[in-house]
Every structure is written in structure tokens, then in C-alpha cells.
Design a protein around this ligand. Structure first.
Ligand code: USQ
Length: 371
């Protein structure tokens, strides 16, 4: 298959590009905005990531596989002509501003997240309807779109005729933009017959996959700062650098999690098994739902780190029960779980780069109520 990954230079996009290129012809389209955001946030990936052409060159050297890279903003009108030359059978859309705290930093960040994410998704859908061939769109949504009440979250296929909506209750502007994306996908599927898969992922943790481990220049990015770092990877770097683990509020929040290797495997399965016909197929994608204080305890025990109950910068229930299932489990069983041995290996990896951590970025600047 011919597969285009929009946002293929990012945290999930890069390891996904490497994996898919083993069986498919892969093109990365990326505007490299995630790298520029590091400058704005005065942080950097814990791991020293190579420039995109250098990464692709290193992959070619180690695997003899070519990955095409085109630097382009997927909001650009030039996207359609580019896709006409690529003729993709599938597009994986990871090209969005992808952080809940970042989206809540200020009025500008809220506006940027909504406008950029919605216009990118719509431009991709517009481009697909101009293509002369069928193209399956895989969009990455997140479990956070459902919110965290006690209602069970099931995934399902949504036919173009369905008028019932999922029960969405986003907790950040970023998650709100994913809800708006969902409506775009449904409308384009209904009206133009586009086949879409939407993956509602849990919080992805871990950094490396078997491919990114093959050479130092292939290493994946590792975010740990207060805006782009997600909770497990943040706790690991905090523990690795001898800092307290910043548990927000009571820590009785339950969240869905997934290791990066399993995230890549799930997307790989969706590429190989497209959604049939005109519909939005929705899968939840996670491996387990622990409570944050359990996670903090596990990492604290491995490292002797102290747990600090930081006043919660977010508007969220600090003691919820999340009940969810995933129909994707009957096709792809998650293989890596949040347990002592796996966290120990991740902690050792974080320790090997601990000297390069910019520890002043551990504190978030994103306050949910800020005007
Ligand atoms: N938390 C802490 N301490 C920290 C950071 C976070 O206790 O230092 C808590 C938060 O209050 C929250 C939970 O950990 O209750 C998860 O926070 P997170 O930053 O790891 O994840 P979240 O804000 O939900 O959003 C992140 C990414 C987003 C992705 C989402 C997956 O910003 O890219 O979509 O994870 S999900 O939440 O399943 O939708």
C-alpha cells in the first residue's frame, strides 16, 4: 500500500513511519512545527533527535528502505496537488497541535489549537475528495474526548445514517478540537463516502520501538515538560533526575494508558484493515486504566523519589472512575503494561539521558481557569 503520514516527524508519527515502511511505501508530510514549539516552550526532547532528512537517511542505511519526506503544512492548498502525485491508499493524520495543557496556556493557544486542528483536518478531507482513488483516512482522537464521568465508554462503528452521537465531554480545548474533528469526519463520510477510522487513544507512554532502537539517529522524541510531557513520561524523568513526582491534586484520577509500541501496532492494523465503505469506524485504544496515585507509587518505589501533591492546575475531577472497553482488542492485544519491570526499563532509559533534562520546565504554566 501507499501510505502518507501527516505529522510523521512527531512522537507517534516517526516510529509509525519506520514500522509501516517495512510493508508499505511511506511518505511523511510534516511542517516541523513540533520542533519549533520546543523553542517557544524553552525545552527540548530528552533524547537528541536528528533532523528529519538525517533520520530518513539513517533508516535507509540500516534497513535499505526509503521513506519520502515532504516539508509542507497540511493546511496548505498545495496539499491536494501533492497527494495527487503520491496517490495514497491510506492517510494517517497526526498533524495537529497535540497537547491538552498547551491548548490551555492562553487565549492565543486556545485559538491556535482550534483553528489549526480543524482547518488541517478539513483540508485533508477536502484533498481526499479531489483524489481519483479511494483513500482511507485514519484520524487519531483521544480517550479524553469522552470526559471522566462514570458512564461506560464503548466504541462502535458509526454508519453515515446514524444520528446518535457519542457522549462527549472534553476537558481541554485540545480535546474539544478532537470532538470537532469527529463531526467533520462524519459529515465528509456521509456526504462524499470517505472511509475513516478514528482511534481514541489513551495517554501514550514509553519512547522507543524496535525500529527506533536500531541506531542512535533513529531515536524517538521524549517530552517531559509541563505542557507536552504526559504524566508517565514526566514522572519517569522527574524520578531519573532526583526530583519529586508532581502528582496533581488528590491523584485519584483514573486515566487510560497505552505503550507507544502498542499504539504503533494498533495503527498498523487499521492501515492493513481499512474501514469498509462510507463510515467512521471508532476504536478506543488503550491497555489499562490505573489511578494516578498508583502509578506515582510504582515509580516512586523504583527510584526513591518523593511524591509531591501539587495544587491541581486543571479543572478536573480528582477522583473519578473510568470504565471503558475497546473492540480493537479482538484484533490487537496490547503487549506492554504499566508494571514494575517495564517501568524499570523505561526509568533506566530516562536515566541515561538525565543530564540533558531542562528541569525548570517540570512545572506547568497552563492554568485551566486563566483568562
Ligand atoms: N498529571 C499529574 N501530574 C503531571 C501531569 C499530569 O498528576 O505532572 C495528571 C493530570 O492532572 C491528568 C492526568 O495526569 O489527570 C493525565 O494528564 P496528561 O498530561 O498525561 O494527559 P492529558 O492532559 O489527558 O492529555 C494528554 C496529551 C494529549 C493526549 C492525551 C490522551 O496532552 O496529547 O490526547 O494525553 S487522553 O488524555 O487519553 O485523551
Amino acid at each position: 500500500m501507499n501510505v502518507t503520514i501527516i505529522g510523521g516527524d512527531g512522537f507517534i508519527g516517526w516510529p509509525l513511519a519506520l514500522r509501516l515502511s517495512r510493508d508499505h511505501q511511506v511518505t511523511i508530510i510534516d511542517n516541523l512545527s513540533r520542533r519549533r514549539l520546543d523553542k517557544e516552550l524553552e525545552t527540548q526532547s530528552l533524547t537528541p533527535i536528528a533532523l528529519t532528512p538525517e533520520r530518513a537517511e539513517a533508516w535507509k542505511k540500516h534497513s535499505a528502505i526509503n521513506i519520502n519526506f515532504v516539508e509542507l503544512d497540511a493546511q496548505s492548498p498545495a496539499l491536494v496537488d501533492l497527494l495527487r502525485t503520491i496517490t495514497p491508499d491510506a492517510i494517517v493524520h497526526l498533524g495537529e497541535v497535540r497537547s491538552a495543557p498547551y491548548s490551555m496556556l492562553s487565549s492565543n493557544h486556545r485559538t491556535q489549537t482550534v483553528t489549526q486542528n480543524i482547518s488541517t483536518t478539513q483540508n485533508i478531507l477536502e484533498a481526499i475528495i479531489q483524489l481519483s482513488q479511494k483513500c482511507h483516512l485514519i484520524h487519531i482522537g483521544f480517550m479524553g474526548v469522552y470526559g471522566y464521568s462514570s458512564t461506560e465508554v464503548v466504541d462502535e462503528r458509526v454508519s453515515p445514517q446514524d444520528t446518535a452521537l457519542f457522549r462527549f465531554d472534553p476537558g481541554s480545548v485540545y480535546h474539544l478540537s478532537k470532538v470537532l474533528d469527529h463531526h467533520l469526519l462524519r459529515f465528509y463520510a456521509k456526504n462524499w463516502g470517505i472511509g475513516c477510522t478514528e482511534l481514541h487513544q489513551g495517554i501514550v507512554w514509553g519512547t522507543q520501538t524496535s525500529e527506533t532502537l536500531m541506531a542512535p539517529q533513529l531515536v524517538n522524541r521524549y517530552d517531559y515538560d509541563g505542557e507536552y510531557g504526559t504524566v508517565v513520561n514526566r514522572f519517569l524523568v522527574q524520578a531519573a533526575t532526583g526530583h519529586p513526582l508532581t502528582l496533581y491534586g488528590k491523584g485519584h484520577q483514573q486515566r487510560a494508558f497505552l505503550h507507544l509500541c502498542d499504539a504503533v501496532r494498533c495503527i498498523e492494523w487499521c492501515v492493513a484493515n481499512p474501514s469498509a465503505g462510507a463510515a467512521v469506524r471508532v476504536f478506543n485504544q488503550f491497555s489499562e486504566i490505573p489511578c494516578l496515585s498508583e502509578l506515582a507509587d510504582m515509580i516512586a518505589q523504583l527510584s526513591d523519589a518523593r511524591i509531591e501533591h501539587v495544587p491541581n492546575p486543571r479543572e478536573e475531577d480528582e477522583a473519578n472512575i473510568l470504565r471503558a472497553t475497546s473492540s480493537l482488542w479482538s484484533h490487537v492485544k496490547p503487549a506492554i503494561h504499566l508494571k514494575t519491570e517495564t517501568l524499570e526499563a523505561e526509568l533506566a532509559f530516562a536515566r541515561s539521558f538525565a543530564d540533558s533534562a531542562v528541569t525548570k520546565t517540570f512545572r506547568t504554566k497552563a492554568l485551566w481557569k486563566k483568562i
